[in-house]
Design a protein around this ligand. Structure first.
Ligand SMILES: O=C(O)CCC(=O)C(=O)O
Ligand SMILES: [Fe+2]
Length: 224
């Protein structure tokens, strides 16, 4: 895959990663899946299961093999299949709080958008600079380097997005597939004490820190 890069640095997007026909087939498959019965954003996990306790993987739950439809959608740039994949459904009006995916647990990070465009907000951990990035349906995004480690990302819970030219765009149902690869050694070298759980642990800031700060705006809050 060639790399059409965006801001923030390290963010890469491939538009039309799949065709509209393939997207339509996938949305039909998603309609038949066994989704949790609750309002708001809903998630299904494949491979290792994401842990909402540690924001890494849940070691107690065995690896769930990827269904064929999912294997066909894995980004081709990595040497092996991802360890953890999360399919999420966002009804209009829902979002995901600003967060960094846990540095120590995960290394590479990709996300495929389906069904609806949405604006994702990136915020620089140190300067607080904000960048809005539009995620079109059928696009594959990779977060690496700075965009992965030094910027939080999130989606506001709202029914419309206002574009830079002032157009108000209603949201439709959106699905995303997030692909995560476990980090070898489970220690991140980035030293960002604001956003990195490894740096925080080295500084003696304990893991409980994350539990107490589940307002979604803080460092190591995994939000899957
Ligand atoms: O919906 C998305 O595109 C991103 C989801 C996300 O940030 C996550 O699952 O950690
Ligand atoms: Fe994320």
């Amino acid at each position: 895959m060639n790399e059409p890069s965006l801001e923030p640095p390290g963010l890469v997007m491939w538009k039309e990663f799949i065709t509209a026909e393939a997207e339509c087939r996938l949305l039909n498959i998603f309609a038949g899946l066994d989704w949790p019965d609750r309002p708001g954003r809903r998630s299904l996990h494949y491979g290792y299961t994401f842990s909402y306790k540690t924001f890494g993987i849940d070691e107690e739950i065995p690896f769930k093999p990827f269904p064929d439809w999912l294997t066909a959608l894995v980004p081709s740039g990595e040497e092996r299949l991802p360890d953890q994949v999360c399919l999420q459904h966002y009804p209009p009006g829902t979002g995901i709080p600003p967060h960094v995916d846990t540095h120590s647990a995960y290394d590479q990070l990709y996300s495929l958008s389906l069904g609806s465009s949405v604006t994702m907000q990136f915020r620089h951990g140190e300067s607080g600079a904000k960048i809005d990035v539009d995620l079109p349906p059928r696009s594959m995004t990779q977060m690496k380097d700075d965009s992965r480690l030094h910027w939080t990302h999130g989606i506001r819970a709202r029914k419309t997005d206002t574009l830079s030219d002032g157009t108000v765009r209603p949201r439709r149902d959106r699905w995303s597939i997030t692909y995560r690869w476990l980090r070898d050694g489970a220690n991140c070298p980035c030293e960002n004490e604001k956003l990195c759980d490894t740096a925080q642990r080295c500084k003696g800031l304990e893991k409980e820190y994350r539990w107490k700060k589940q307002n979604g705006t803080d460092a190591a809050v995994g939000a899957s």
